[in-house]
Ligand binder design. Structure first.
Ligand SMILES: NC(=O)c1ccc[n+]([C@@H]2O[C@H](COP(=O)([O-])OP(=O)(O)OC[C@H]3O[C@@H](n4cnc5c(N)ncnc54)[C@H](O)[C@@H]3O)[C@@H](O)[C@H]2O)c1
Length: 352
Protein backbone atom coordinates (compact mmCIF):
# COMPACT_ATOMS: atom_id res chain seq x y z
CA UNK A 1 0.00 0.00 0.00
CA UNK A 2 1.20 3.51 -0.77
CA UNK A 3 0.09 6.78 0.78
CA UNK A 4 0.51 10.08 -1.00
CA UNK A 5 -0.07 13.28 0.95
CA UNK A 6 -1.64 16.17 -0.96
CA UNK A 7 -1.00 19.60 0.57
CA UNK A 8 -3.60 21.77 -1.17
CA UNK A 9 -5.84 24.32 0.63
CA UNK A 10 -6.83 21.24 2.61
CA UNK A 11 -4.32 18.44 3.20
CA UNK A 12 -5.33 14.84 2.67
CA UNK A 13 -4.01 11.39 1.93
CA UNK A 14 -4.52 9.31 -1.17
CA UNK A 15 -4.10 5.65 -0.24
CA UNK A 16 -3.48 3.17 -3.03
CA UNK A 17 -3.43 -0.58 -2.56
CA UNK A 18 -5.27 -3.88 -2.58
CA UNK A 19 -8.41 -4.87 -0.70
CA UNK A 20 -9.01 -1.44 0.83
CA UNK A 21 -12.81 -1.40 0.54
CA UNK A 22 -13.30 -3.57 3.60
CA UNK A 23 -11.31 -1.18 5.78
CA UNK A 24 -12.69 2.07 4.36
CA UNK A 25 -14.90 2.73 7.42
CA UNK A 26 -11.97 2.55 9.80
CA UNK A 27 -9.91 4.83 7.58
CA UNK A 28 -12.73 7.37 7.33
CA UNK A 29 -13.03 7.57 11.14
CA UNK A 30 -9.47 8.87 11.10
CA UNK A 31 -10.45 11.95 9.08
CA UNK A 32 -14.08 12.52 10.12
CA UNK A 33 -16.05 12.71 13.34
CA UNK A 34 -19.31 12.28 11.41
CA UNK A 35 -22.19 10.31 12.90
CA UNK A 36 -23.67 9.59 9.48
CA UNK A 37 -22.11 8.67 6.15
CA UNK A 38 -24.08 9.23 2.94
CA UNK A 39 -22.85 7.00 0.13
CA UNK A 40 -23.39 8.37 -3.39
CA UNK A 41 -22.87 5.79 -6.13
CA UNK A 42 -24.15 4.76 -9.53
CA UNK A 43 -26.33 1.64 -9.86
CA UNK A 44 -23.57 -0.51 -11.39
CA UNK A 45 -20.89 0.27 -8.83
CA UNK A 46 -23.31 0.16 -5.91
CA UNK A 47 -24.45 -3.28 -7.06
CA UNK A 48 -20.86 -4.50 -7.09
CA UNK A 49 -19.37 -2.83 -4.02
CA UNK A 50 -22.11 -0.99 -2.12
CA UNK A 51 -22.72 -3.73 0.42
CA UNK A 52 -19.05 -4.09 1.34
CA UNK A 53 -18.59 -0.35 1.78
CA UNK A 54 -21.79 -0.06 3.84
CA UNK A 55 -20.71 -2.94 6.03
CA UNK A 56 -17.30 -1.42 6.64
CA UNK A 57 -18.80 2.00 7.46
CA UNK A 58 -21.32 0.47 9.86
CA UNK A 59 -18.63 -1.61 11.56
CA UNK A 60 -16.68 1.62 12.12
CA UNK A 61 -19.72 3.15 13.87
CA UNK A 62 -21.33 5.25 11.12
CA UNK A 63 -25.04 5.33 10.49
CA UNK A 64 -25.20 4.78 6.72
CA UNK A 65 -27.63 5.97 4.05
CA UNK A 66 -27.12 5.35 0.32
CA UNK A 67 -28.20 7.22 -2.79
CA UNK A 68 -27.83 5.61 -6.21
CA UNK A 69 -28.39 6.99 -9.69
CA UNK A 70 -28.32 5.44 -13.20
CA UNK A 71 -24.71 5.00 -14.39
CA UNK A 72 -23.32 7.16 -17.18
CA UNK A 73 -22.41 10.73 -18.05
CA UNK A 74 -26.08 11.66 -18.68
CA UNK A 75 -26.65 11.47 -14.93
CA UNK A 76 -24.01 14.13 -14.19
CA UNK A 77 -26.75 16.72 -14.27
CA UNK A 78 -28.47 19.43 -12.27
CA UNK A 79 -31.52 17.14 -12.09
CA UNK A 80 -29.66 14.29 -10.34
CA UNK A 81 -27.72 16.76 -8.20
CA UNK A 82 -31.03 18.17 -7.04
CA UNK A 83 -32.19 14.64 -6.13
CA UNK A 84 -29.00 14.21 -4.10
CA UNK A 85 -29.69 17.44 -2.19
CA UNK A 86 -33.24 16.27 -1.41
CA UNK A 87 -31.94 12.89 -0.32
CA UNK A 88 -29.37 14.47 2.01
CA UNK A 89 -31.98 16.77 3.52
CA UNK A 90 -34.60 14.01 3.93
CA UNK A 91 -32.01 11.90 5.75
CA UNK A 92 -31.03 14.80 8.03
CA UNK A 93 -27.41 14.87 6.91
CA UNK A 94 -25.79 17.72 8.83
CA UNK A 95 -22.71 19.78 8.25
CA UNK A 96 -20.67 17.50 10.49
CA UNK A 97 -21.56 14.36 8.50
CA UNK A 98 -19.69 12.98 5.52
CA UNK A 99 -20.46 12.11 1.89
CA UNK A 100 -18.73 9.06 0.45
CA UNK A 101 -18.39 9.06 -3.35
CA UNK A 102 -18.15 5.44 -4.49
CA UNK A 103 -17.62 5.12 -8.24
CA UNK A 104 -15.98 6.63 -11.29
CA UNK A 105 -15.44 10.22 -12.30
CA UNK A 106 -19.14 10.89 -12.82
CA UNK A 107 -19.91 9.92 -9.23
CA UNK A 108 -16.89 11.71 -7.78
CA UNK A 109 -17.52 14.94 -9.68
CA UNK A 110 -21.20 15.07 -8.80
CA UNK A 111 -20.93 13.91 -5.16
CA UNK A 112 -18.02 16.31 -4.77
CA UNK A 113 -20.08 19.22 -6.01
CA UNK A 114 -22.95 18.19 -3.75
CA UNK A 115 -20.56 18.22 -0.80
CA UNK A 116 -19.19 21.63 -1.84
CA UNK A 117 -22.62 23.19 -1.89
CA UNK A 118 -24.98 21.28 0.45
CA UNK A 119 -25.24 23.34 3.66
CA UNK A 120 -22.45 25.50 2.16
CA UNK A 121 -20.07 22.58 2.30
CA UNK A 122 -19.68 19.29 4.15
CA UNK A 123 -16.82 16.78 4.15
CA UNK A 124 -16.44 14.16 1.48
CA UNK A 125 -14.31 11.12 0.80
CA UNK A 126 -13.56 9.67 -2.60
CA UNK A 127 -13.50 5.92 -3.26
CA UNK A 128 -12.71 5.90 -6.99
CA UNK A 129 -13.44 2.66 -8.85
CA UNK A 130 -12.31 3.44 -12.42
CA UNK A 131 -8.71 3.83 -13.53
CA UNK A 132 -9.50 7.36 -14.72
CA UNK A 133 -10.94 8.31 -11.35
CA UNK A 134 -8.01 6.75 -9.46
CA UNK A 135 -5.30 8.52 -11.45
CA UNK A 136 -7.10 11.74 -12.22
CA UNK A 137 -10.57 12.90 -11.21
CA UNK A 138 -10.55 11.92 -7.51
CA UNK A 139 -7.44 13.97 -6.79
CA UNK A 140 -7.18 17.72 -7.07
CA UNK A 141 -10.57 18.99 -5.99
CA UNK A 142 -12.32 19.80 -9.26
CA UNK A 143 -16.00 18.95 -8.94
CA UNK A 144 -18.79 19.67 -11.41
CA UNK A 145 -21.97 18.74 -13.23
CA UNK A 146 -22.79 19.20 -16.91
CA UNK A 147 -25.34 21.62 -18.33
CA UNK A 148 -26.81 21.93 -21.84
CA UNK A 149 -24.11 24.39 -22.89
CA UNK A 150 -21.32 21.97 -22.07
CA UNK A 151 -19.56 19.53 -19.78
CA UNK A 152 -18.37 20.56 -16.32
CA UNK A 153 -19.63 24.12 -16.65
CA UNK A 154 -21.11 24.32 -13.14
CA UNK A 155 -18.91 23.26 -10.28
CA UNK A 156 -16.56 24.16 -7.48
CA UNK A 157 -13.10 23.48 -6.15
CA UNK A 158 -13.56 21.18 -3.17
CA UNK A 159 -10.77 18.97 -1.87
CA UNK A 160 -11.77 15.61 -0.35
CA UNK A 161 -10.76 14.57 3.20
CA UNK A 162 -9.38 11.26 1.95
CA UNK A 163 -9.08 9.26 -1.28
CA UNK A 164 -9.11 5.46 -1.12
CA UNK A 165 -7.98 3.74 -4.34
CA UNK A 166 -8.66 0.01 -4.14
CA UNK A 167 -6.88 -1.51 -7.13
CA UNK A 168 -8.91 -4.72 -6.80
CA UNK A 169 -12.06 -2.77 -7.67
CA UNK A 170 -10.63 -2.36 -11.17
CA UNK A 171 -10.97 -6.13 -11.74
CA UNK A 172 -14.65 -5.66 -12.65
CA UNK A 173 -14.11 -2.56 -14.78
CA UNK A 174 -14.96 -3.29 -18.44
CA UNK A 175 -11.84 -3.19 -20.62
CA UNK A 176 -13.07 -0.21 -22.65
CA UNK A 177 -13.08 1.95 -19.50
CA UNK A 178 -9.69 0.64 -18.41
CA UNK A 179 -8.28 1.55 -21.83
CA UNK A 180 -9.84 4.98 -21.51
CA UNK A 181 -8.02 5.59 -18.23
CA UNK A 182 -4.74 4.49 -19.85
CA UNK A 183 -4.99 7.52 -22.15
CA UNK A 184 -4.60 9.77 -19.11
CA UNK A 185 -1.83 7.54 -17.71
CA UNK A 186 0.22 7.92 -20.90
CA UNK A 187 -0.44 11.67 -20.72
CA UNK A 188 1.18 11.85 -17.25
CA UNK A 189 4.29 10.15 -18.63
CA UNK A 190 4.43 12.57 -21.53
CA UNK A 191 4.01 15.74 -19.50
CA UNK A 192 6.10 14.95 -16.43
CA UNK A 193 7.89 11.61 -16.29
CA UNK A 194 10.19 10.05 -18.87
CA UNK A 195 10.56 7.11 -16.45
CA UNK A 196 6.82 6.44 -16.43
CA UNK A 197 6.63 6.81 -20.21
CA UNK A 198 9.47 4.34 -20.57
CA UNK A 199 7.77 1.83 -18.25
CA UNK A 200 4.51 2.15 -20.19
CA UNK A 201 6.39 1.65 -23.46
CA UNK A 202 7.78 -1.65 -22.13
CA UNK A 203 4.41 -3.02 -20.96
CA UNK A 204 1.05 -3.53 -22.62
CA UNK A 205 -2.62 -4.02 -21.84
CA UNK A 206 -1.97 -7.68 -20.97
CA UNK A 207 0.71 -7.15 -18.33
CA UNK A 208 0.29 -3.59 -17.04
CA UNK A 209 -1.56 -5.15 -14.07
CA UNK A 210 1.83 -6.33 -12.74
CA UNK A 211 2.95 -2.75 -12.10
CA UNK A 212 -0.42 -1.07 -11.66
CA UNK A 213 -0.02 0.03 -8.04
CA UNK A 214 3.24 1.84 -8.87
CA UNK A 215 1.78 3.33 -12.04
CA UNK A 216 -1.29 4.69 -10.24
CA UNK A 217 0.90 6.03 -7.42
CA UNK A 218 3.19 7.75 -9.90
CA UNK A 219 0.25 9.40 -11.70
CA UNK A 220 -1.24 10.56 -8.39
CA UNK A 221 2.15 11.98 -7.32
CA UNK A 222 2.41 13.92 -10.58
CA UNK A 223 -1.12 15.26 -10.21
CA UNK A 224 -0.38 16.10 -6.55
CA UNK A 225 2.71 18.13 -7.53
CA UNK A 226 0.84 20.01 -10.22
CA UNK A 227 -2.18 20.71 -7.99
CA UNK A 228 0.00 21.84 -5.08
CA UNK A 229 1.68 24.38 -7.37
CA UNK A 230 -1.54 25.60 -8.98
CA UNK A 231 -4.66 24.41 -7.17
CA UNK A 232 -7.00 26.86 -8.90
CA UNK A 233 -5.85 26.23 -12.47
CA UNK A 234 -4.30 29.51 -13.49
CA UNK A 235 -0.89 28.23 -14.60
CA UNK A 236 0.94 24.92 -14.37
CA UNK A 237 -2.26 22.87 -13.94
CA UNK A 238 -2.96 23.58 -17.62
CA UNK A 239 -0.21 21.03 -18.43
CA UNK A 240 -2.77 18.36 -17.49
CA UNK A 241 -4.68 19.48 -20.58
CA UNK A 242 -2.06 18.04 -22.94
CA UNK A 243 -4.00 16.57 -25.88
CA UNK A 244 -7.29 17.86 -24.50
CA UNK A 245 -7.82 20.95 -26.65
CA UNK A 246 -8.07 18.90 -29.84
CA UNK A 247 -9.69 16.02 -27.92
CA UNK A 248 -12.66 18.20 -27.00
CA UNK A 249 -13.09 19.15 -30.67
CA UNK A 250 -12.87 15.49 -31.68
CA UNK A 251 -15.48 14.52 -29.08
CA UNK A 252 -17.71 17.32 -30.35
CA UNK A 253 -17.20 16.14 -33.97
CA UNK A 254 -18.53 12.73 -32.93
CA UNK A 255 -21.37 14.27 -30.87
CA UNK A 256 -19.80 12.99 -27.64
CA UNK A 257 -20.99 9.47 -28.42
CA UNK A 258 -18.82 8.08 -31.23
CA UNK A 259 -15.49 8.19 -29.38
CA UNK A 260 -14.45 7.83 -25.76
CA UNK A 261 -12.66 10.63 -23.94
CA UNK A 262 -9.45 8.63 -23.45
CA UNK A 263 -9.25 7.77 -27.15
CA UNK A 264 -9.94 11.38 -28.13
CA UNK A 265 -7.16 12.53 -25.76
CA UNK A 266 -4.80 9.98 -27.29
CA UNK A 267 -5.51 11.25 -30.80
CA UNK A 268 -5.19 14.83 -29.53
CA UNK A 269 -1.76 14.04 -28.04
CA UNK A 270 -0.58 12.37 -31.25
CA UNK A 271 -1.81 15.24 -33.45
CA UNK A 272 -0.29 17.89 -31.21
CA UNK A 273 3.06 16.10 -31.04
CA UNK A 274 3.16 15.63 -34.82
CA UNK A 275 2.47 19.35 -35.30
CA UNK A 276 5.10 20.22 -32.69
CA UNK A 277 7.60 17.95 -34.41
CA UNK A 278 6.86 19.48 -37.82
CA UNK A 279 7.37 22.95 -36.34
CA UNK A 280 10.63 22.12 -34.60
CA UNK A 281 9.09 22.36 -31.13
CA UNK A 282 9.93 18.83 -30.01
CA UNK A 283 12.49 16.12 -30.47
CA UNK A 284 12.42 14.30 -33.81
CA UNK A 285 10.91 10.84 -33.48
CA UNK A 286 8.78 11.62 -30.42
CA UNK A 287 5.48 11.22 -32.29
CA UNK A 288 6.43 7.71 -33.42
CA UNK A 289 7.40 6.76 -29.85
CA UNK A 290 4.14 8.15 -28.47
CA UNK A 291 2.15 6.34 -31.16
CA UNK A 292 3.91 3.05 -30.41
CA UNK A 293 3.23 3.46 -26.69
CA UNK A 294 -0.47 4.22 -27.24
CA UNK A 295 -0.68 1.26 -29.60
CA UNK A 296 0.21 -1.04 -26.68
CA UNK A 297 -3.02 0.03 -24.95
CA UNK A 298 -5.30 -0.05 -28.02
CA UNK A 299 -5.25 3.75 -28.09
CA UNK A 300 -3.58 4.29 -31.45
CA UNK A 301 -6.71 5.00 -33.43
CA UNK A 302 -7.37 7.32 -36.33
CA UNK A 303 -10.24 9.78 -36.66
CA UNK A 304 -12.00 11.31 -39.66
CA UNK A 305 -11.35 15.02 -39.03
CA UNK A 306 -7.96 16.50 -39.89
CA UNK A 307 -6.29 18.88 -37.40
CA UNK A 308 -7.26 21.98 -39.42
CA UNK A 309 -10.94 20.91 -39.24
CA UNK A 310 -10.72 20.89 -35.46
CA UNK A 311 -9.40 24.43 -35.00
CA UNK A 312 -12.66 26.35 -34.78
CA UNK A 313 -14.18 23.98 -32.20
CA UNK A 314 -10.95 24.15 -30.21
CA UNK A 315 -11.29 27.92 -30.11
CA UNK A 316 -14.68 27.63 -28.44
CA UNK A 317 -12.91 25.69 -25.76
CA UNK A 318 -12.40 27.33 -22.37
CA UNK A 319 -8.64 27.31 -23.03
CA UNK A 320 -9.06 30.28 -25.38
CA UNK A 321 -8.06 33.55 -23.76
CA UNK A 322 -8.76 36.75 -25.67
CA UNK A 323 -6.91 36.69 -28.98
CA UNK A 324 -4.69 33.80 -28.04
CA UNK A 325 -4.87 30.17 -26.96
CA UNK A 326 -2.74 28.20 -24.53
CA UNK A 327 -1.57 24.94 -25.98
CA UNK A 328 0.47 22.27 -24.27
CA UNK A 329 3.55 20.98 -26.06
CA UNK A 330 5.81 18.11 -25.03
CA UNK A 331 9.35 18.80 -26.24
CA UNK A 332 10.31 15.30 -25.11
CA UNK A 333 8.77 12.53 -23.01
CA UNK A 334 8.43 13.97 -19.51
CA UNK A 335 9.07 17.57 -20.57
CA UNK A 336 6.13 19.82 -21.28
CA UNK A 337 5.44 23.52 -21.47
CA UNK A 338 2.55 25.89 -22.02
CA UNK A 339 2.75 27.87 -25.24
CA UNK A 340 0.57 30.93 -25.57
CA UNK A 341 -0.16 31.32 -29.28
CA UNK A 342 -2.03 34.03 -31.16
CA UNK A 343 -5.15 32.42 -32.63
CA UNK A 344 -4.13 32.96 -36.32
CA UNK A 345 -0.76 31.30 -35.65
CA UNK A 346 -2.52 28.34 -33.98
CA UNK A 347 -4.89 27.92 -36.93
CA UNK A 348 -1.96 28.16 -39.34
CA UNK A 349 -0.08 25.49 -37.41
CA UNK A 350 -3.08 23.13 -37.62
CA UNK A 351 -2.96 23.37 -41.42
CA UNK A 352 0.37 21.52 -41.21
N1 LIG B 1 -12.64 16.25 -11.59
C1 LIG B 1 -11.66 16.05 -12.42
O1 LIG B 1 -10.54 16.55 -12.25
C2 LIG B 1 -11.89 15.18 -13.62
C3 LIG B 1 -10.81 14.76 -14.40
C4 LIG B 1 -11.06 13.90 -15.48
C5 LIG B 1 -12.36 13.48 -15.75
N2 LIG B 1 -13.39 13.93 -14.97
C6 LIG B 1 -14.76 13.48 -15.22
O2 LIG B 1 -14.83 12.09 -15.04
C7 LIG B 1 -15.93 11.56 -15.75
C8 LIG B 1 -15.53 10.27 -16.42
O3 LIG B 1 -15.15 9.36 -15.42
P1 LIG B 1 -15.22 7.79 -15.63
O4 LIG B 1 -14.60 7.44 -16.92
O5 LIG B 1 -14.73 7.16 -14.39
O6 LIG B 1 -16.79 7.55 -15.87
P2 LIG B 1 -17.95 6.87 -15.01
O7 LIG B 1 -17.96 7.34 -13.62
O8 LIG B 1 -19.19 7.05 -15.79
O9 LIG B 1 -17.55 5.33 -15.03
C9 LIG B 1 -17.52 4.64 -16.25
C10 LIG B 1 -18.41 3.41 -16.22
O10 LIG B 1 -17.78 2.40 -15.47
C11 LIG B 1 -18.66 1.85 -14.51
N3 LIG B 1 -17.83 1.45 -13.38
C12 LIG B 1 -17.15 2.26 -12.55
N4 LIG B 1 -16.37 1.55 -11.73
C13 LIG B 1 -16.57 0.25 -12.04
C14 LIG B 1 -16.03 -0.97 -11.56
N5 LIG B 1 -15.07 -0.97 -10.64
N6 LIG B 1 -16.49 -2.12 -12.09
C15 LIG B 1 -17.42 -2.10 -13.09
N7 LIG B 1 -17.94 -0.99 -13.61
C16 LIG B 1 -17.52 0.18 -13.09
C17 LIG B 1 -19.65 2.94 -14.22
O11 LIG B 1 -20.88 2.42 -13.75
C18 LIG B 1 -19.78 3.59 -15.59
O12 LIG B 1 -20.73 2.92 -16.35
C19 LIG B 1 -16.35 12.65 -16.73
O13 LIG B 1 -17.57 13.20 -16.32
C20 LIG B 1 -15.24 13.69 -16.64
O14 LIG B 1 -15.70 15.00 -16.85
C21 LIG B 1 -13.17 14.77 -13.92
Amino acid sequence: MQTIRVNASQSYDVVIGHNLLDSCGERITQVSKAAKAAIVSDDTVYGLYGERVEKSLKAAGFEVVSFTFPHGEASKSIAVLSEIFDFLAENHITRSDVIVALGGGVTGDMAGFASASYLRGIDFVQIPTTLLAQVDSSVGGKTAVDIKAGKNLVGAFKQPKLVICDIDALSTLPEEFFIDGMGEVVKYGMIKSAGLFDKLSRHNLGNIGEILEDVIAECVSIKRDVVENDEFDTGERMLLNFGHTLAHSIEQYYNYTGISHGKAVSVGMMMMTRLAEDNGLCRKGLTDELTACLDRYKLNISVEPKPYELGEAALNDKKRMGGSINIIICEDAGKSFIKKMPVPEFLEMLKG
